[in-house]
Design a protein around this ligand. Structure first.
Ligand SMILES: NC(=O)c1ccc[n+]([C@@H]2O[C@H](COP(=O)([O-])OP(=O)(O)OC[C@H]3O[C@@H](n4cnc5c(N)ncnc54)[C@H](OP(=O)(O)O)[C@@H]3O)[C@@H](O)[C@H]2O)c1
Length: 407
């Protein structure tokens, strides 16, 4: 191979490494800063699916902060070991989302963990996720695996936890971050599909986007009650396309390694994915507002308002989930409610006028425009700082150049 091509390739590889390192450091630095601002006296964070991928990276980064303790819910506890130094601050509890009894046991652990300790950050990250390549397998409860891991499991965990907190009068606010996906926009979830889920239909071939959309719809109708009664402030985040093995377990190891440079360029690093998830719970309003949906760190939707036109579907979904997970018998027989009203048939008949009043296109536009104008004004505010930074850089370059010149 000609020498010039080798030099070009080495230079390309070196710049790629520098770029990746820079991106990773930026994400880690930003997370460190957010933690410093929001941890308080003691931070306690629960992460599900922390034995690999984004969940594992999030755990690793959070443990760097000396006042943060973790409870990790893992299928394979040995894979999630935090390292000897951090063992005291990191507990690992078995969690199999395909088994509702395991979810309930884990929820009890989560309740004890979050209720204890000094005041400060409390956060539950419903991160574990699954995407079946060939859909069709049924769980022992008669639902698809993807539906159970991505929606029914987190649903039971959060709703059960809220009831335990309410019963024990726990008032320390806690944010719940549901890890969603941009693929939810490809979902076909509608009344017909829900009807067939209720009678245990075969897979639709869209289980992943449908189950992720279900997370958002559940958040849209239940986040208010969860906040008022269980002091759980539920939000959702889509981390973007992150470089993990998610849905790619079938790709041979060799190919996976060879594709690393392309993946690194096209996808976000695991640290960036972890940052976007954590940032949703490390905000001033994480435990005063509820039902917000973020893409990366950007707020993209107020689910309670924007998903109002889908309220009827959402209520039906929540009813199905409560029945499928046996939530009521598990938590003392009390039925679910929405905004103080029980989930009766009457709730399913929300008038069209009421739905649309909250989510007219004008309202959506005005939110979009106010978000945009806020971003523009923020950019304008930091413009002078950027200009002076460039000026300082130019001055430094000039000084260096003058040092090097022989005259
Ligand atoms: N990567 C992306 O580009 C991307 C994009 C959008 C959204 N997301 C979402 O981000 C989340 C994390 O994804 P990731 O990329 O980190 O994927 P990943 O590397 O495959 O991690 C998924 C985690 O979920 C756990 N899990 C799977 N089935 C489980 C079960 N039955 N019970 C308990 N835990 C189970 C896995 O445990 P095992 O390792 O033991 O199986 C693993 O720890 C998922 O919810 C995913 O939908 C990812």
């Amino acid at each position: 191979m000609p020498k010039s091509i080798l030099v070009a390739l080495s230079l390309g590889a070196a710049s790629l490494l520098v770029l990746l390192e820079r991106r990773r450091r930026c994400a880690e630095g930003r997370l460190e800063k957010l933690l410093e601002e929001h941890v308080g006296e003691e931070g306690r964070v629960v992460i599900t699916g922390a034995d690999r991928g984004i969940g594992k990276e999030l755990g690793r980064l959070l443990l760097r902060h000396p006042r943060v303790s973790l409870l990790l819910g893992c299928l394979d506890p040995s894979a999630a070991a935090a390292g000897d130094d951090n063992e005291k601050r990191c507990r690992i509890s078995p969690l199999e989302l395909l088994d509702f009894d395991s979810v309930q046991r884990f929820a009890e652990d989560v309740h004890d963990f979050l209720s204890d300790g000094e005041p400060g950050l409390r956060m539950l990250v419903n991160n574990a996720g699954f995407k079946e390549r060939v859909e069709g397998d049924r769980t022992k409860y008669g639902t698809g695996k993807t539906w159970q891991i991505n929606f029914l499991g987190p649903f039971l965990l959060t709703e059960f936890l809220a009831r335990r907190r309410e019963r024990d009068g726990v008032e320390i606010p806690c944010s719940v971050i549901n890890v969603a996906s941009g693929h939810e926009s490809e979902s076909n979830l509608d009344k017909q599909l829900l009807d067939s889920l209720e009678v245990g239909c075969e897979s639709t071939g869209h289980d992943y986007p449908d189950s992720k959309r279900a997370l958002l719809l559940w958040t849209s109708v239940r986040s208010q009650s969860l906040a008022l009664k269980g002091h759980l402030y539920t939000h959702a985040v889509s981390p973007g396309k992150v470089d993990t093995r998610f849905g790619c377990d079938h790709i041979p190891e060799v190919l996976w390694c060879l594709s690393k440079p392309f993946r690194s360029l096209l996808y976000r690093s695991q640290a960036e994915g972890a940052l976007s998830i954590a940032a949703a719970g490390l905000r001033k309003h994480a435990t005063s507002k509820f039902g917000q949906y973020f893409r990366g760190e950007e707020l993209v939707e107020d689910l309670v308002v924007w998903r109002m036109p889908e309220k009827r579907l959402s209520v039906q979904l929540v009813r199905w989930a409560a029945t499928a997970t046996a939530l009521e018998p598990r938590s003392g027989g009390r039925p679910l409610d929405i905004g103080g009203r029980s989930l009766s048939v009457g709730d399913l008949l929300v008038g069209r006028g009421e739905e649309d009043r909250w989510s007219t296109s004008e309202r959506r536009w005005s939110t979009e425009i106010s978000n945009l104008s806020r971003q523009v004004s923020e950019e304008i505010l930091i413009l002078p700082a950027r200009i002076s930074a460039v000026r300082r850089l130019l001055i430094r370059c000039r000084e260096r150049l003058l040092q090097w010149l022989p005259f």
